[in-house]
Design a protein around this ligand. Structure first.
Ligand code: ADP
Length: 493
């Protein structure tokens, strides 16, 4: 049930608004203390007023009780003075006074109703025993007071049993006085406080609305600014430094936006590069075909020669497309590795064997140095791509009679493949960029030897998929060394 109410509560969109919650908090924080203060002021006023009235009446009653003894009223109720005093008291406090003698008989009632009757009430009996009381009955609006009528035994009246100075309770005065005035004053006070409260609620409402609005304004500014960026009006970074929290949100958004911008720029650059690379062989094919067509009666050898060139260009186009596909596949395949336990020494030997004919053509010597047997959990196809690309580059960018040394080594955690050549080297400013797609140090030379500029991008992607690292060191005109370091065991994420 509680869960259901909670769910329903959160389904109401308005409760999820920070502004509404702030409004409620501010409003209640103003209202609750106001209500508590009002209740406590009214209560303490009532207590104080009743206490003052009780002590006033009790003082008067004590004086009258003394007079009752002086004027011997308990035996003879005809005393004009006392009757006038009693009348005055009951008029003054809109009350009623009963005088009860030792036999619990009412000898005087200012209302004149109960005279001669016997009263058996606990309060009266308690008063005879020495405990007087003053009770406030707030529901009916009166105070009931019992006052003992005490006579002190004089020397003349003293006996052995009752020595002089003994206090004897001759009777009890049972008085009830109205508290209507207090109630009326309370009513007036209540009404005034209610008016003040209403004004306070209106003011609180206005203040809470304004404060809640002002406090949540920075958040509205953030969503407005994000909205503007979304609509494409601006690309400027957002700045809302009002709170630390808004600053953090905005900083996170700005860095996300700049990351997206970098991604977008590199995507655009990539698309431009791809188009350019794909266009180049097509342009060559068109030029070759056009020149054949414009030549009438061209000899068959020329046709053959041009067709060989055209076939080469088409092969080049094919290579670029294949490399692009391999790259896209690697991009998509994060975590999609086909891991198996592979003997890296054997794999390297197979690849070297495959590349030996190309090396021979360029008169480059291929050497494998393996210090130990390396067995690792890798994706065989992707690992072959890494080794092939690195060794192929080392052959392609080598000198005549050059040398390529592939060194295999391992510790208890990683294995390393080092591919070192004695080639032209890479200038330091290009070392950082060689992994970029379509980046080539010498564009025309690379194209001449059939490079697409995608090989190292593919290699780096495959190494990263294996959670490995790749590093290139080079000295121009002396040679380059690529070092790949890959964990022996694959940890899936
Ligand atoms: P490509 O298909 O052009 O070889 P890569 O991505 O494999 O493309 O290499 C990028 C560039 O890095 C090459 O164009 C070349 O300029 C440079 N490069 C790569 N390997 C070597 C190397 N072993 N020696 C010298 N330069 C190299």
């Amino acid at each position: 049930m509680r869960e259901k109410i909670k769910k329903l509560f959160f389904q109401l969109k308005i409760w999820r608004s920070l502004k509404v919650r702030l409004f409620i908090i501010i409003f209640l924080m103003g209202l609750i203390p106001g209500l508590i203060i009002r209740a406590s002021i009214l209560n303490s006023y009532e207590d104080r007023a009743v206490a003052v009235r009780k002590s006033d009446v009790q003082n008067q009653l004590k004086i009258i009780a003394n007079h009752l003894i002086t004027y011997n009223y308990m035996q003879d109720t005809s005393s004009e003075v006392i009757n006038a005093e009693l009348e005055q008291l009951s008029n003054l406090y809109s009350g009623r006074v009963l005088i009860i003698n030792g036999n619990l008989k009412v000898i005087k009632d200012t209302y004149g109703i109960s005279e001669g009757k016997t009263i058996i009430s606990t309060e009266v009996i308690k008063c005879f025993k020495g405990t007087d009381m003053a009770n406030y009955d707030s529901t009916n609006g009166f105070i009931e007071i019992t006052t003992p009528i005490v006579e002190t035994v004089s020397e003349q009246m003293a006996t052995e049993a009752v020595p002089a100075g003994t206090e004897l309770t001759r009777g009890v005065m049972l008085t009830s006085v109205s508290t209507d005035i207090i109630t009326a004053t309370m009513d007036i006070l209540n009404r005034k406080v209610l008016i003040i409260e209403c004004i306070m609620i209106v003011c609180l409402f206005v203040i809470a609305t304004m404060l809640a609005g002002a406090l949540t304004k920075p958040f509205e500014r953030i969503s407005k600014a994000i909205g503007e960026i979304k609509e494409g009006y601006t690309n400027e970074p957002i700045s809302v430094p009002d709170y630390l929290e808004t600053e953090n949100i905005v900083d996170a958004f700005n860095s996300l936006q700049s990351r997206m911008k970098v991604l977008d720029d590199s995507r655009q650059e990539f698309v431009a590069n791809v188009s350019h690379e794909l266009k180049t062989p097509m342009t060559s094919v068109k030029v070759l075909a056009d020149s054949l067509m414009t030549q009438q009666d061209a000899p068959a050898e020329l046709y053959r020669e041009f067709m060989v060139d055209i076939a080469e260009e088409i092969e080049r186009e094919n290579k670029i497309i294949n490399d692009l596909l391999a790259l896209v596949k690697l991009d998509k395949a994060a975590g999609d590795l086909n891991i198996s336990v592979i003997n890296i020494n054997e794999l390297t030997e197979i690849i070297l064997k495959r590349l030996r004919p190309i090396a021979r053509k360029s008169d480059v010597e291929l050497l494998l140095v393996s210090t130990r047997e390396v067995v690792a959990e890798v994706d065989e196809v992707k690992m072959s791509l890494v080794l092939t690309n690195l060794i192929e580059n080392a052959i392609k960018y080598n000198k005549k009679h050059g040398k390529v040394t592939v060194t295999l080594d391992a510790d208890h955690q990683y294995f390393t493949v080092e591919v070192a050549d004695t080639g032209m080297g890479i200038p330091p400013e290009s070392l950082e960029r060689i992994y970029e797609r379509f980046y080539r140090v010498d564009k025309s030379h690379s194209r001449e030897i059939g490079g697409t500029g995608l090989g190292l991008a593919i290699t780096k992607n495959a190494v990263l998929l294996h959670r490995g690292t790749i590093k290139a060191e080079s000295i121009e005109t002396e040679g380059t060394r690529f070092t790949v370091k890959i964990p022996l065991t694959h940890v899936a994420v």
